[in-house]
Design a protein around this ligand. Sequence first.
Ligand SMILES: N[C@@H](CCC(=O)N[C@@H](CS)C(=O)NCC(=O)O)C(=O)O
Length: 210
Amino acid sequence: MKLIIGNKSVSSWSMRPWVCMRHFGISFDEILVKLDLPDTTLEILKYSPTGKVPALEDQGFWIWESVAIMEYLHEKYPEKKMYPVEIKTRARARSLVMEMHAGFAKMRDILSFNARKQHKNFDFSGAAEDIARVKTIWTQCLQESKGPFLFGEFTIVDAMFVPVVGRFQTYGVPVEGAVKDYYEAILALPAVKAWYHEASLENFVATNHL
Ligand SMILES: N[C@@H](CCC(=O)N[C@@H](CS)C(=O)NCC(=O)O)C(=O)O
């Protein structure tokens, strides 16, 4: 399989399936398309009809959209349990995946993903409602699952929230209690550390992406 991604420093949508595949031990070749260059869209269009990354190739078959890619992997590798096994728990997990995919516009805009930046005294009050909703989701899930991840073991839902943890880190959003434990568990994952390490080695820059 081939996973087409954008710059690791800014491409939060690429990060989700990349971390997911690395975490679940699904091997793939990576093709990184540099974002924000004059030929970026043309380059991505070779792989993805939307002109956006990520995209996944499996034996000549192409899938685009981060969530569709992870859903495909979940179906292809059921033994990896990338979603909770119980039907209603799985439905709840998918509600959260879609909430993350479709929502949190203010947080994505004001706290745009950047794996190489660290802000002090950043004013994130414009995204306060989104941040509060994220913390509520995490608190409720962790209360029920007892952690360390939202549904116990790491699932696609956690992959969706990995870049949110990254944003909290970059912009200094305060975390405490169970939310802090979760934040730390995500940042300690080898796949997440590997993404940040590779982002730090990128010798090209791109503007922030949502
Ligand atoms: N809904 C898409 C969003 C993909 C997206 O917006 N990707 C950005 C990078 S993070 C992109 O490809 N931008 C291309 C460009 O800006 O030229 C998904 O979930 O995969």
